[in-house]
Design a protein around this ligand. Structure first.
Ligand code: PGA
Length: 257
């Protein structure tokens, strides 16, 4: 597994056309964010029809990489609407998201299915951002830690059974569901507390080094205004950004924090 690095990722969800994507990366290039830093990554997760070569090149010119918002656990077969991890890799895509709360909420994603997807993604050589997070009622009823533990279980067991390659990045995004798209960002203290809990939980099943090396991103209403205070916390290794990643001017500000 790769060492711990900073990652700023943008999740476009079901927004944007291929034309928008080309324009977006050309605006980013014009705005001047072409710095390449080996200890940090900038990744955009657009809709699947924006993953083709022309957009990959536009992203690369702006020092960004592209990723898929989901992958299936089988490489091919009768799985309508799914994406194959090995084919993504073959067409030049190196990243995927797994277990985003919208997949869990609206599309029946479970801890079991996230584990199967993760396993396939790792075997196919993709870098992964594995998303977890509690709902407001889970937090308010004192169940947050047990929910996070259950969501982390497939992550640690798959990583143990299936260690990623040395240069492969497999990280976690902590995204409290109540913070996603609501403007109610977790405070830096709340984020740090959850990230510390996640790292401690990982250290119970992974080696000390692997749990230390796992980047843990925060997601949920990240903006140019609040990103620096979140990233200042020792266990916050990056951000997964929805709404604010759609506007190049805003996303550039987030990346430069
Ligand atoms: P948001 O979305 O930044 O719009 O809250 C984050 C996410 O869903 O990853």
């Amino acid at each position: 597994m790769s060492h711990r690095i900073k990652i700023i990722a943008g999740n476009w969800k079901l927004n944007g056309t291929p034309e928008d994507a080309i324009e977006y990366f050309s605006s980013i290039s014009k705005l001047g964010s072409t710095t390449k830093n080996t200890n940090s990554k900038k990744v955009i997760f657009p809709v699947a029809y924006c993953l083709h070569k022309e957009i990959q090149t536009a992203a690369k010119n702006a020092a960004f990489e592209l990723g898929a918002q989901n992958v299936h656990w089988e490489d091919k077969g009768a799985y309508t609407g799914e994406l194959s991890a090995s084919v993504l890799k073959k067409i030049g895509i190196n990243w995927c998201l797994i277990g985003h709360s919208e997949r869990r909420q609206y599309f029946g994603e479970t801890n079991e299915s996230t584990g199967k997807r993760l396993s396939r993604a790792i075997q196919s050589g993709l870098n992964v951002i594995f998303c977890i997070g509690e709902t407001l009622s889970e937090r308010e009823t004192g169940n947050m830690n047990s929910v996070l533990e259950a969501q982390l279980l497939p992550f640690s067991s798959i990583l143990k059974a299936n260690p990623p390659a040395l240069n492969q990045i497999v990280c976690i995004a902590y995204e409290p569901v109540w913070a996603i798209g609501t403007g109610k960002t977790a405070t830096p203290e709340q984020a740090e507390e959850a990230h510390q809990f996640i790292r401690n939980t990982l250290s119970l099943s992974l080696s000390n080094q692997d749990s230390k090396n796992t980047s843990i991103l925060y997601g949920g209403s990240v903006t140019p205004e609040n990103v620096a205070s979140l990233l200042n916390k020792p266990n916050v290794d990056g951000a997964l950004v929805g709404g604010a990643s759609l506007k190049p001017e805003q996303f550039i500000q987030i990346c430069s924090a």
